[in-house]
Design a protein around this ligand. Structure first.
Ligand code: IPM
Ligand code: MN
Length: 364
């Protein structure tokens, strides 16, 4: 058995519930391929603030950098909403992404056949959708300086800065083109080049990178149109590459194509580090009730196997267990639509079934 250490940051709300399931499934799947997963857990986000007086400590950041592979649950909640910007749970997440240098955020949008009826959109519109959103994660308006609030001429003003350098754009564009080579070889770059200066540089820089990839087709789309096209005809997209803020918004929208935001995993990569998190938030309204959908967190550890641990077979094993659980009819309340052959289930029930499935697959 080889040993592999990962850091877990369960965080707030439903974060701990879904992280537990994901870790159990990860351990079982890796064990099947003779890899022992060891976890080091640290408080993070609001829970970090309650424990240490700050949402993430320097020690935790160092630990994440040292071990390189991190699984995060979720951060945030009303309890911490009134804290100053630098103490808010979200600040910890942004700091972690930045410190790890994980500039490429991969959000795969796949419609599981068993869930095609669970979306608020028509089944024939979404069935067969398979999109990879490549969101730039460590730049843009999330991090641009200056940012401040001030009083001037009897008025209060706030400033955020949307800023991208050519090299920042080109490294994420390159990731998108590389990913497209393993897919349908199409990249759609999303910007607001009809208005924003930073978007005009974005478009030009992506076009330069496209010359390195003559086998991949590049198109451009304005972000407002893209928001519409995503629900009008999502099947038109293969790989979508976009900046931090646009990617944040479009990926929530795209999540609804899968039936529930509770289904969406993510991988953030860069500098040899990997940060894995479900896209859903901390859902404080349902925390502690045992009804959280753990599948996005579980799908996130599948991505960890694929991109960081380089265990493609374990990744495939986990993904096939997710499909089986859905085919068997298990549905957490976010997915439950009272369809024939489906039944309402809790987080633990799904976890137990996933572990059974992984063990069965490990034996054959
Ligand atoms: C996400 C989240 C975060 C973001 C928040 C929690 C800071 O919405 O991962 O999409 O805006 O990036
Ligand atoms: Mn978001």
């Amino acid at each position: 058995m080889t040993k592999q250490t990962i850091i877990t940051l369960p965080g707030d709300g439903i974060g701990p519930e879904v992280t537990t399931v994901a870790v159990d499934v990860l351990k079982a799947a890796c064990r099947a391929f003779d890899v022992e997963i060891e976890t080091i857990e640290r408080p993070f986000g609001g829970t970090g603030y309650d424990t240490d007086g700050e949402p993430v400590t320097q020690e935790t950041l160092e630990l994440c950098k040292k071990h390189k592979f991190v699984l995060l649950g979720a951060v945030g909640g009303p309890k911490w909403d009134d804290l100053s910007a630098d103490l808010r749970p979200e600040a910890a997440l942004l700091k972690l992404r930045r410190e790890l240098g994980v500039y490429a955020n991969l959000r795969p949008i796949q419609v599981y056949p068993a869930l095609a009826g669970a979306s608020t959109l028509k089944e024939d519109v979404i069935a067969g959708t398979d999109i990879l959103i490549m969101r730039e994660l460590t730049g843009g308006i999330y991090f641009g300086e200056p940012r401040f609030t001030t009083e001037h001429k009897g008025e209060i003003w706030s400033v955020d800065t949307m800023k991208y350098s050519r090299s920042e754009i080109q490294r994420i564009a390159r990731k998108a083109f590389e990913a497209a080579r393993f897919r349908d070889k199409r990249v759609c770059s999303v910007d607001k080049a009809n208005v924003l200066e930073s978007s005009r540089l974005w478009r030009k820089s992506v076009e330069e990178v496209a010359e390195e990839f003559p086998d991949v087709e590049l198109s451009h789309m304005l972000v407002d149109n893209c928001a519409m096209q995503l629900i009008r005809n999502p099947k038109q997209f293969d790989v979508m590459v976009t900046g931090n803020l646009f990617g944040d918004i479009l990926s929530d929208e795209a999540a609804m194509l899968t039936g529930s935001i509770g289904m969406l995993p993510s991988a953030s990569l860069g500098d040899g580090n990997g940060l894995y998190e479900p896209v859903h938030g901390s859902a404080p309204d349902i925390a502690g009730q045992g009804v959280a959908n753990p599948l996005a967190a579980v799908a996130s550890v599948a991505l960890m196997c694929r991109y960081s641990l380089k265990m493609e077979e374990a990744a495939a094993m986990i993904e096939s267990a997710i499909r089986s659980v859905l085919d068997d009819g298990y549905r957490t309340p976010d997915l439950f639509a009272d369809e024939e052959g489906t039944f309402r289930s809790g987080t633990t029930e799904i976890s137990v079934r996933l572990l059974e499935l992984v063990k069965e697959k490990a034996v054959v």
